[in-house]
Design a protein around this ligand. Structure first.
Ligand code: X8Z
Ligand code: ZN
Length: 652
């Protein structure tokens, strides 16, 4: 999603050109040069929607190819092609949006009315009508994406990319406090040059949004949820209110452990220092497992070691085949290492694929493995942030782009990405306008629901851990492992767009971009930078992919609620009895059938209806999250008893 952004959004999860690049403009309602097109007023709504669908289908391959090149081969040339393709699409889309607005929905078929509605609300990058401004916008979007993708922390000539920086942070045992602090601060330097571009990006998309009839870009983003935009804000707050007490228990427990390890450096006014959670953005605390593991060694879930061992075994075989290490030059050894990395990445991907096929879903198309980028190339810059791509409307060409390493976190990310890919495959027979998630949170939740099914028993069944221990301690350990990914994420999932909504509506002015970012980090996450406030010379929001990439982020918050609802329903469908957290619906055809039927709907009807078909209810609701984590929440409360939980966000 770069000019990316537009495309990227497109490629990652939402529909083709749509969710990515819908913006509105008032161009001439006729579409010159399109066979069969007529001016609005003479082209009826059904014919118009048919033309939109055909145009999207026709334009998609070229758009997605340009975006793919932009993300997997960062150069001035690829950025130029990507921006130009994006410009063409946004111009066309603006015409479509304008024409869509001329139809009275009264009397239309439900499908046509829905298509027109989606056209009007699906822009993640609303583009101004003025061609010069539109071009300026696509250039900026492309540049922001490329700046992030090529970002490096350099000390003299020693430069580290995001993977290398992340490794320092994730190794919370091996890296020192100061090393982690330097790496964290180092990565945030990549965003400083983005500030001006981002400020202009906000002005330009706001202009596009106003021309579409919205107050600002955030207003457009919130319009895509089949409910009034204001109600959606309240809905997000309501869901957060349900899970906030659980998060605060986890934050308290974690902070206390950090204080026990680092002394007073382990806390900033009750908040967690930003460089200590094992993750650049404090969105996943899995790296803190050695410190936070409730019962040392009970029910070993050391997936990282198991994966690393497999990768080393692959390398050992390759070396043996080549006649032994002694026969190899240094560069041949490097070649074999890379071959081993790639083989391991494919195996991890095939493992994830087998979960989906085990549910009765189809095998991935042949071309998937040939065309995907599974490991980081060494000869060029790429956007390593994982994404899943639908290259054409019949989904015969779907791809994943990742820089896979043999770790548990990356393995679960593969399951996540394949969730997007299987959604593409499931709704491929819908018209292009409906080829997207019921809402964007659905798209993000498909693969994560499957990750919830990766119980210790399932992990043992695929040989990644030993037969699990059965004890209350083992349950708490396993819940903690899941909570460090899923519960730690929740406030982060919410705060990014609280920031962007404020930036777009002007309540956060450019001279407070960074201050407001850290106020929200403090308020929701209870995290703070070590070493005092970070001034406006920084642009810390830009150090998170989705900001320069312009991917709306509330989708991930919603997904972290919805996935537990999906999981519970699929567990019910599979006949599971017993506590929710013990369920794995792996290899259950009934669960697979119900999931697939839901996915096939795409965006053809309001998401509430699609949710009802799967779960019986029409509301997003966090009670399944609380049911799942009930044992851990009780345990955390006991651990935190007598401690002063909470933090003073005002001091941030
Ligand atoms: O961006 C992603 C996916 C691609 S849609 C890798 N995720 C969010 C993130 O990394 O910030 C998945 C979870 C949250
Ligand atoms: Zn995703």
């Amino acid at each position: 999603m770069k000019s990316q952004r537009a495309l990227l959004a497109l490629a990652i999860s939402t529909s083709l050109l749509f969710a990515a690049g819908c913006s509105k403009t008032d161009t001439d309602a006729s579409a010159p040069g399109q066979a069969g097109s007529t001016a609005a007023g003479t082209e009826d709504a059904d014919a118009f929607v048919a033309r939109v669908n055909k145009t999207v289908k026709d334009m998609t391959p070229e758009m997605t190819s340009a975006a793919w090149l932009g993300a997997t081969y960062i150069s001035d040339d690829s950025q130029r092609l990507e921006a130009a393709a994006n410009e063409r699409w946004l111009t066309k889309n603006n015409e479509f949006v304008e024409q869509a607005k001329t139809y009275d929905p009264e009397g239309l078929t439900p499908a046509t009315a829905r298509a027109l509605h989606l056209l009007k609300v699906s822009a993640s990058m609303p583009a101004p009508r003025d061609p010069a401004q539109l071009k300026e916008l696509t250039d900026i979007a492309s540049r922001l994406g490329a700046t992030y993708g090529a970002g490096k922390w350099c000390v003299g000539d020693d430069c580290k990319d995001i993977g290398q920086v992340s490794e320092i942070l994730a190794d919370t045992e091996g890296s020192s406090y100061d090393e982690m602090k330097a790496a964290w601060e180092g990565w945030h330097t990549i965003a400083q040059p983005m500030r001006k571009d981002y400020q202009r990006f906000v002005e330009l998309t706001n202009e596009g949004a106003r021309e579409m009839g919205f107050a600002n870009t955030g207003d457009v983003w919130r319009a895509g949820y089949d409910m009034p935009a204001d109600e959606f804000k309240a809905e997000a707050d309501r869901l957060w209110g349900q899970v906030q007490p659980l998060y605060e228990q986890l934050q308290c427990y974690t902070r206390e452990k950090l204080v026990s390890k680092y002394g007073e450096q382990g806390s900033v006014d009750g908040m967690i220092p930003a460089h200590l959670t094992g993750n650049l953005w404090q969105q996943d605390w899995g790296g803190l497992w050695p410190l936070l593991e409730p019962y040392q060694g009970v029910g070993s879930l050391d997936i990282n070691s198991a994966l690393q061992k497999q990768r080393d075994a692959i390398l050992a075989d390759l070396v043996a085949e080549a006649g032994g290490m002694g026969k190899l030059t240094a560069s041949q050894q490097v070649e074999l290492e890379r071959k081993a990395d790639h083989e391991m990445a494919s195996r991890m991907t095939k493992l994830a694929e087998s979960f989906y096929t085990g549910l009765g879903m189809p095998a991935l198309p042949e071309s998937f493995y040939a065309k995907s980028m599974l490991t980081q190339p060494r000869d060029r810059d790429v956007v390593c942030h994982a994404s899943a791509w639908q290259m054409n409307s019949d989904a015969s060409d779907v791809r994943m782009k990742m820089c896979i390493k043999p770790t548990e976190e990356e393995l679960t990310t593969i399951y996540h990405e394949l969730g997007h890919i299987y959604y593409y495959l499931a709704y491929k027979d819908q018209p292009p306008v409906f080829q997207t998630g019921a809402h964007d949170g659905f798209h993000e939740a498909i693969g994560d629901t499957i990750v919830l099914s990766m119980t210790p028993d399932y992990l043992a069944s695929i040989g990644l851990v030993d037969k699990p221990a059965v004890s209350e301690e083992a349950v708490i350990n396993s819940q903690m492992r899941m909570a460090l990914a899923k519960v730690a994420f929740l406030p982060f999932g919410l705060m990014i767009d609280q920031w962007r909504w404020g930036v777009f509506d002007g309540s956060i002015a450019p001279d407070r971009y960074n201050a407001a970012w850290w106020e929200l980090k403090a308020k929701y996450q209870g995290v703070a930078p070590a070493g005092g406030p970070r001034g406006e010379e920084f642009f810390d929001a830009g150090a998170k992919y989705h900001v320069p990439g312009n991917t709306p982020y509330t989708r991930y918050f919603l997904s972290h609620i919805l996935q537990f609802q999906f999981y519970k329903s699929l567990c019910d469908a599979s006949g599971h009895t017993g506590p929710l957290y013990t369920c794995s619906f792996a290899n259950n055809p009934e669960a697979g059938k119900r999931y697939w039927a839901m996915m096939q709907r795409g965006a053809s009807q309001p998401w509430q209806q699609t949710l009802k078909e799967l779960t019986g209810g029409e509301q997003m609701d966090a009670s399944a999250v609380l049911e799942y984590f009930a044992p851990l929440q009780t345990w955390l409360k006991e651990q935190n008893e007598g401690k002063t939980c909470g933090w003073d966000a005002a001091k941030s």
